[in-house]
Design a binder for this molecule. Sequence first.
Ligand code: HEC
Ligand code: HEC
Length: 334
Amino acid sequence: MNKLLAIAGGATLLYAVLAVLMGVIPGIELSRVPPGPGVGPLTALEARGREVYVSEGCAYCHTQQVRPLPLDEVFGRPSAPGDYAYATPQLLGSERTGPDLSNIGARQSSEIWQYIHLYDPRAVVPQSIMPSFRWLFEVTDEAPQGLEPVPVPKPYAPAQGVVIPGPDARALVAYLLSLKQAALPGAHGDSAARAATTAAAATSMAATPATPAAPAATAAASSVFDAAEGAKLFAANCAACHGAQGAGVPGVFPSLHANPAVAASDPSEHIGAVLHGVHGKSIAGVTYAAQMPAFGPMLSDRQIAAIIDHERTSWGNHAPLVTAQDVAAARAKR
Ligand code: HEC
Ligand code: HEC
């Protein structure tokens, strides 16, 4: 009898000690972590959106935790405890049927893209297996005052009427756009590296004002542009809207085949579009409701040059190439 008591009591005690060590103490420690830079409480609308995220089961397919692995670099920087200061219970997720969403507000900042994607993911990502969340939208004859209809591409739009985001869709998209990772202090971020290259380019230009880069050097630099890097960066940053093959989505995101800015031998408009974004510009007679986000703050001069050169040499385009120096010069102008 005593033996039995000792075994049962010992096991219970061991269990209790392990529970405190592995569950309770780390929990208390974590709750003391101060919020990371740029991390604040959610607005009422974003908090409502977070509830929709939970109730629609988004976390069954999406994580919100970036691991410190090369595999995860496309999603953002590795997650830090301070990122979750206002996000309890954390929606870490364990299945990645779809991409990690820790930084989706920065990676895909277009509200219109998010609405179209939720309404029918195939409309913007043809091979997507994500379910449509049409019940978050209403189809009405006309858009009510103050609400913009979602520009769903023709083949995916209802036969009649316009698509209006319902209150849950608006809250959910507000929440998704709030998911942004700020740079951690001391992290050797891309922006620091870029500031250095931009400064170097600026000083070298200032030091040798009378001798512009020798044409031979520029030609050499352009001919060694890294095509694989350009294609990879295009797929990661641009294909969501412009399509993997640059064909766009008619009426919603412009095609980059024979686009005047892409085809022009003077690349300033092309570079400016990628650096600073585009809004309200009529392209081949079409004005677009969505805007083209600015990539200047997110990508280095070298990366932007690689993407631009990818566009200038793909899908039947044959325009002169640009260099990282061209992008640095355009960046410095504004
Ligand atoms: C059955 C799994 C599944 C569910 C449930 C799901 N998704 Fe997805 N999601 C995916 C897949 C797969 C992709 C990648 C293809 C694509 O972009 O559509 C994706 C892509 C996304 C993207 C774009 C990510 C990027 O990096 O471009 C967002 C945003 C997104 N989902 C949000 C949501 C939200 C919000 C919900 C809940 C309302 C949700 N998803 C529910 C599978 C899912
Ligand atoms: C969120 C969707 C979205 C993403 C992501 C996106 N674009 Fe765009 N892009 C647009 C829209 C919308 C327009 C048209 C804007 C307008 O006319 O007002 C556009 C226009 C353009 C144009 C034409 C500019 C002109 O002056 O004619 C180029 C070139 C371009 N994008 C390149 C890129 C590149 C390169 C990337 C990736 C680094 C990219 N886009 C990512 C939506 C997007």
